[in-house]
Design a protein around this ligand. Structure first.
Ligand SMILES: Nc1ncnc2c1ncn2[C@@H]1O[C@H](COP(=O)(O)OP(=O)(O)OP(=O)(O)O)[C@@H](O)[C@H]1O
Length: 652
């Protein structure tokens, strides 16, 4: 038996109290049928509201926000709205459609999240039930659907919305729908109709296909948000996103057409799986508000969005993803609003607190340079690479160098991706080696340093990667490593960023970098040898499995190094030779490991200085740096200079 808290009860709650609401006997619309469903059902017997601190949030009062939202803002300590929030909220709350652009880390999530929650609270009591059944609180149609490009971002936006909704009198059910999680479980929870869904397009579309009741439910949607809109309309998400937009189109409710085809349906055939469900007798879908947000919507896009106000837009078909966006997103509001708080030109999509630096190097030295930064300036550092291969190569070397390093890329299992992110968040000086799957939207507190290990391929990528630091008014540094063969790409990037061709150089202590070379070279050698070994073993296992599956006997000469049986000598001798080689290799790796161990335990002496006469060196700051010992945290007994301080010192 489920019970629900009602607004009437809530109104008695006062800020500063921590009221516990008891079960109400008012509605119990759905009783979970099976044990499994009971487990998943978002039921709370009592709802204990958090204690609200006495924080002055006077600056929010003009928006006439509902008490639960104001309380959540107090708890979050958000004393005033950010500029994008200050500009977008009056419009969003007045039910306008918005195209919003603001720098990375400037609070766009709440700029669209607050109007959704305000609407939900306001309509909670009187929301008509959908024909498809009622939601978890016996009520509502779907208040909000938020679409994001990555699973991690969807999870984060969900958490952000949960924090905002922590004081609502009834539990607000916010469901992330992302790939890599059990689809059956998601289907089950969806059938209980959450209030807000935060989804990546791929998994959402998978769930929508052939599920009429879910489609009907989606069409009751009051707020549609497309976050990181420019990324969403790029290849990779485009197909699913377009299908979703068509399927939830309000126009197709009235004309019954323009529905995407079912998988395998031919032209002229009925769209069996995605035929619009009958809307006969269903209440007219609510007016829908649409929010399109990103840091990098671009000047051209924003001006064409301004010109072409109206439902949909322009009739000309264009390949430009952003123009497609304007055509495919239905704005109900004929007077949709453009809110642009970026300073256009001069890379205004970046936070004003972001400091940018560059380091020139030769390609083969990048790993040493990276080690130098991580050891010399331990802080939460996010290192972006251009490929999964690069992430896979660098990560084990840095682990061998005993740094607290984690990886994140698209070929990792979802659980491992989330675990990496968690550890990165939890550990003060953690390092995350990530592909651009982490470039958009991720809000990890206190990331001080973003390193572009390779020159990013586009302006958007540079801006969003850099935007993982310097968030919410904090300072942060973005350093781009520019290899000799990347100069052209770097210059092109500077051109589009409007930087007149340059970013200032970071003052690297080259002597120290040279002194770290030996460690890195050893780690790289160990890593390469171990990688080769595990690859060979993996291939061998794979061949054995295939042979087993096909019920054939494997010719052993085909595996285990491949050279067996091919030489002039007999196979026994060859096998012995292979074993001897393998043994030799193992001994070599063991030797490298103990060398590395010894190096890690000794001090690093900048090249050109003498350990015997520490003060005689011509390298400034030598005694301190002689204490730079290899250990887990990098610096021991060393008067540590933060990376931001190092930048400032260089400027003086
Ligand atoms: N009014 C506020 N006062 C203080 N901090 C805020 C406020 N609003 C949001 N924040 C915090 O600012 C950080 C950035 O917010 P958010 O993730 O919404 O930025 P964003 O503009 O969406 O960034 P990105 O473009 O990188 O996705 C978050 O940690 C959020 O909690």
């Amino acid at each position: 038996m489920r019970g629900f808290i009602h607004l009437d009860d809530f109104n008695e709650a006062k800020a500063g109290h921590a009221p516990t609401f008891q079960l109400s006997s008012k509605s119990s619309p759905e009783t979970p049928a099976t044990e499994e469903e009971k487990k998943d059902a978002p039921v709370q017997q009592t709802r204990t509201l958090p204690t609200v601190p006495d924080v002055d949030i006077g600056a929010w009062l003009d928006f006439d926000l509902k008490a639960p939202i104001l309380d959540a803002l107090r708890i979050l300590g958000f004393t005033k709205p950010t500029p994008i929030q200050a500009k977008a909220l009056p419009l969003g709350l007045a039910r306008r459609d918005i195209i919003g652009a603001a720098a990375t880390g400037s609070g766009k999530t709440l700029a669209y999240g607050i109007p959704i929650l305000q609407h939900l609270i306001r309509t909670w009591k009187n929301t008509p039930k959908t024909t498809a059944g009622s939601g978890p609180s016996g009520s509502p149609a779907l208040a909000g659907l938020i679409l994001t490009p990555t699973r991690e971002l969807a999870t984060q936006v969900k958490d952000h919305m949960v924090a905002l909704a922590q004081c609502t009198p009834q539990p607000t059910h916010i469901l992330p729908i992302v790939g890599g999680m059990s689809i059956q479980k998601q289907e089950r929870v969806l059938s209980r109709h959450p209030h807000i869904i935060v989804a990546t397009p791929g998994r959402l579309w998978e769930l929508m296909e052939g599920n009429d009741s879910f489609l009907l439910y989606l069409r009751t949607l009051s707020f549609l948000v497309i976050d990181e809109a420019d990324r969403m309309f790029e290849t990779g998400h485009f197909r699913e996103l377009t299908s979703i937009l068509k399927a939830i189109s309000r126009r197709s409710v009235s004309d019954g057409g323009d529905f995407p085809k079912a998988k395998g349906a031919k032209d002229g055939e009925a769209n069996l799986e995605v035929t619009p469900p009958s809307t006969q007798g269903a209440p007219k879908p609510p007016r829908r508000q649409t929010f399109v947000f990103s840091a990098t919507l671009g000047k051209d896009f924003l001006s064409s969005a301004k010109e072409k106000k109206g439902k949909g837009s322009g009739s000309k078909v264009s390949d430009d993803p952003m123009k497609q966006l304007l055509r495919k997103v239905e704005f109900d509001d004929s007077n949709r609003q453009i809110v642009d708080v970026t300073v256009q030109g001069a890379g205004g999509a970046k936070a004003s607190t972001l400091i940018e630096r560059r380091v020139d190097c030769i390609q083969t030295d990048k790993e040493i340079l990276l080690y130098y930064f991580l050891l010399r300036f331990p802080c939460r550092t996010l290192v972006f690479v251009n490929s999964i291969d690069a992430a896979r190569r660098i990560l084990p070397s840095l682990q061998l160098l005993q740094l607290p390093v984690f990886g994140l890329h698209g070929q990792m299992q979802q659980r491992a991706r989330l675990r990496s992110l968690e550890r990165f968040r939890d550990h003060d000086n953690a390092i995350l080696i990530a592909t651009d799957v982490a470039a958009r939207g991720l809000d990890i507190p206190e990331v001080e340093h973003v390193i572009h290990y390779q020159v990013p391929r586009s302006k958007g990528t540079y801006v969003h990667r850099s935007g993982r630091t310097a968030r919410a008014g904090h300072e942060g540094l973005s350093t781009i490593f520019c290899g000799a063969e990347e100069v052209k790409a770097y210059k092109a990037l500077m051109g589009v960023l409007g930087k007149g061709g340059n970013i200032p150089e970071f003052p690297v202590d080259r002597g120290l970098v040279t002194s770290l070379r030996e460690r890195v070279v050893l780690a790289r050698k160990i890593n390469a040898a171990e990688h080769k070994e595990s690859k060979a073993k993996h291939e061998e296992d794979w061949m054995r499995k295939q042979a087993e599956a096909m019920d054939i006997i494997l010719d052993e000469s085909m595996i285990g190094g491949g050279s067996k049986g091919k030489g002039k000598k007999g196979w026994v001798e060859e096998e012995e030779g292979d074993e001897a080689n393998a043994g030799k290799q193992l001994r070599k790796v063991a030797q490298w490991k103990s060398q590395l161990q010894a190096l890690m335990g000794s001090s690093v002496i900048p090249r050109g200085a003498s350990a015997k006469y520490p003060t005689s060196g011509h390298v400034r700051d030598l005694p301190a740096r002689l204490m730079l010992e290899g250990n887990k945290s990098g610096l021991r007994g060393h008067k540590q200079v933060s990376i931001m301080e190092a930048v400032r010192q260089a400027e003086r």
